[in-house]
Design a protein around this ligand. Structure first.
Ligand SMILES: [Zn+2]
Length: 346
């Protein structure tokens, strides 16, 4: 049996040790390669001219060769890290720590590791997550698809005392029956294409945050994300009972099996939730509805890239963050915040 990927030497092909002696100039070269493909030519963010633009050493910027343009630009102009105050080396270090922590990392833990304020780490991590979300492919899933929903955040607090012995305790009890759902309760719905090769697991994952695991929501999600001729595996939750009409639908009864005698399971959906739960409980601790989908997509990215070496993951993260400007994370602590929640509505 081959060793677990994370125990192989490939999983250590890019580590903090490699960043130790890196100068800011070399970090800039790394970013330039990620952004433009090579260190020799740049693309002007203003007019799009591809050339070996003038390097202005004192400003650490290029000046566009196009006379009519003449714009000064840096390796991060027009990207998520535009106007960054952190050295590029530190951003690279953060991307590496993010990639190496396979169950995710909290902003407070990152802040202590790279010596930045909590607020800085929080925004930096969200910029990486925004990049990940923008890279999601719009193609529909086909082949065998495992689908499921789970409740990962927003739970009612348990009462302080189990059996009240006096009136005050009885008054303080949280009445779960009268107040069955927490206002932050959301459901993460996951759909994953499973590799036809045995033992390879899932290959592509799509997630959405919804208000419930209902038939209406499940049908709308499947219509949007799953090809008509796919085989869909779910548990016996009533939300999926209408799937027979549209798909080759197989179910596994979770009250008796994890995998039926015919080999039907939705274990790949379960392994997504295993990682999601470990991240929420063990690392980030609290996920608010407004940004829940960012965390859900981060976990999908981690799951789909679980056998990728860190050198590839870091390059992916940097590339994704240089593709376009930040949408939600410019001036977050100056109260420029997104007001709406990113939630899937059928
Ligand atoms: Zn230009």
């Amino acid at each position: 049996m081959p060793a677990h990927f994370l125990l192989t030497a490939t999983a250590r092909n890019f580590t903090l040790e490699d960043l130790e002696g890196m100068t800011e100039a070399r970090a800039r070269d790394y970013f330039a390669r990620c952004r433009w493909g090579d260190e020799g030519t740049q693309v002007c963010p203003e007019c799009g001219t591809i050339d070996k633009h003038y390097w202005i050493r004192t400003r650490k910027q290029w000046r566009c060769k196009e006379i009519a343009c003449g714009r000064f630009f840096s390796v991060t102009s027009g990207t998520k890290f535009a106007d960054h105050k952190l050295p590029l080396r530190k951003i690279l270090k953060a991307a590496l720590i993010f990639a190496a922590n396979v169950k995710g990392i909290s902003a407070s833990a990152l802040a202590r590791q790279i010596n930045v304020a909590y607020q800085t780490a929080f925004v930096l991590l969200h910029k990486l997550r925004e990049g990940i979300a923008e890279e999601c492919s719009p193609a529909q899933l086909d082949g065998i698809v495992h689908m499921d929903g789970a409740h990962v955040s927003g739970r009612l607090r348990k009462p302080r005392v189990k059996e009240p012995t006096n009136k005050a305790q009885a008054r303080d009890r949280v009445d779960v029956a009268a107040n069955p759902t927490h206002r932050n309760r959301r459901i993460v719905m996951v759909m994953r294409t499973v590799s036809p090769e045995k033992g390879k697991g899932a290959v592509r994952t799509v997630v959405e945050v919804t208000r419930g695991e209902t038939a209406e929501i499940a049908a709308a999600l499947a219509k949007k994300y799953i090809k008509r001729d796919a085989t869909v595996h779910t548990d016996e939750h009533p939300a999926y009972s209408g799937f027979m009409a549209r798909y080759d639908h197989e179910t596994v009864n979770h009250s008796t099996h994890f995998s039926s005698d015919a080999g039907v399971s939705n274990n790949q959906a379960e392994s997504y939730f295993a990682r999601m739960r470990r991240m929420v409980i063990g690392q980030v601790h609290r996920v608010t509805p407004r940004y829940m989908v960012s965390y859900a997509r981060e976990v999908a990215w981690r799951e789909d890239n679980r056998r990728m070496p860190p050198s590839v993951l870091v390059k992916d993260l940097v590339k994704a963050s240089l593709r376009r400007a930040a949408r939600d994370w410019c001036g977050y602590w100056q109260r420029k915040r997104r007001r709406t929640e990113d939630i899937f509505e059928p």
